[in-house]
Write a protein that binds this ligand. Structure first.
Ligand SMILES: NC(=O)c1ccc[n+]([C@@H]2O[C@H](COP(=O)([O-])OP(=O)(O)OC[C@H]3O[C@@H](n4cnc5c(N)ncnc54)[C@H](OP(=O)(O)O)[C@@H]3O)[C@@H](O)[C@H]2O)c1
Length: 281
């Protein structure tokens, strides 16, 4: 557990508790909230399916980034996914502080044919999407539900890191070209979270500007990284993932004051720069 605490200057600063601090968003949140008194809890510090460990400092704000994020794995073990994404969110809310609970574009079925805004009704296709939707309710009344999409960052498991590896190994990769969304850089989402906690509670859509397919995204990754690798565009059916995913899940906000994130291409460029600066991250 990393606990940045109390020198005399710390009086009056917010106590921010971050769950899932070992994940890609959690790591970005620890950086973005560096001016606060941060308690950063990784899975080994607190498995959120259990009540919080004794002796935690009482937080003023909880940033709940711990989650079961294996979308295909949730089809095989929906109860395991629910334990983390619903039960874990209840446990984080039970800390008693206002909470930011991160949710997903996969609460939508993708059939709208236009960007989703906060007043659109959710209708998840996958077990993961169902658990995240129930998790939204489990966050309680003093919660900001930050729905985001297609996260990537310099650490952890994500599409950018996978493509960088494959692009260095192969001449060609097959990538899905019939799912459209907003690839969102965790650094930009973490900064936007700072803005969200000054806004009213409720659901907020927080995703990068622009939109693309996974194949478009892969091409841009290879172009920006200078990798000589072709993208072969395939369908979702050809790829054959276990969990169904929405064909079009662009997130936009209709709410006044919602943070506007940079374009996903800008997020990619920041991510690649962060990887160059800390190549082993
Ligand atoms: N990734 C995306 O594309 C995406 C898109 C939309 C929304 N979101 C949401 O954004 C949030 C952050 O996602 P992310 O991409 O940062 O995920 P991530 O990199 O997979 O991080 C999740 C973290 O939660 C930890 N965790 C899993 N089970 C736990 C448990 N029982 N107790 C405590 N910690 C546990 C994981 O630890 P281990 O690594 O040890 O399992 C990992 O460190 C999640 O709510 C996710 O649903 C993600």
């Amino acid at each position: 557990m990393e606990h940045r605490d109390a020198d005399p200057v710390s009086q009056g600063r917010r106590r921010v508790l971050i769950t899932g601090a070992g994940g890609q968003l959690g790591a970005a949140l620890v950086q973005a909230f560096g001016d606060d008194l941060v308690t950063a809890l990784r899975r080994e510090d607190w498995d959120v399916t259990f009540p919080p460990p004794a002796g935690l400092p009482r937080p003023d704000l909880v940033l709940h980034a711990a989650a079961w994020t294996n979308v295909d794995g949730a089809e095989d073990d929906p109860q395991g996914a629910a334990l983390v994404n619903v039960g874990g969110t209840s446990n984080a809310a039970a800390l008693g502080a206002p909470i930011v609970a991160y949710s997903t574009d996969y609460v939508f079925d993708g059939r709208k044919g236009a960007p989703y805004v906060e007043s659109d009704g959710p209708s998840p296709l996958s077990a993961y999407g169902h658990t995240k939707l129930h998790g939204e309710a489990a966050a309680g009344d003093r919660a900001w539900i930050a729905r985001t999409s297609w996260l990537f960052g310099p650490t952890g498991h994500n599409f950018v890191r996978t493509m960088l590896r494959l692009g260095a190994e192969r001449d060609e990769v097959a990538v899905v070209d019939d799912q459209r969304g907003c690839p969102t850089y965790v650094g930009h989402l973490a900064e936007a979270t700072r803005a969200i906690v000054a806004l009213p509670f409720g659901v907020w859509h927080v995703a990068a500007g622009g939109d693309c397919t996974w194949a478009d995204f892969a091409e841009e990754i290879f172009a920006q990284a200078g990798l000589d690798c072709r993208v072969r565009r395939i369908t979702t059916a050809e790829f054959g993932a276990k969990a169904p995913r929405p064909a079009m899940s662009i997130l936009r906000s209709e709410r006044e004051g919602a943070p506007v994130l940079p374009h996903w291409r800008e997020g990619l460029s920041s991510c690649l720069e962060a990887i160059r600066e800390a190549p082993c991250g």
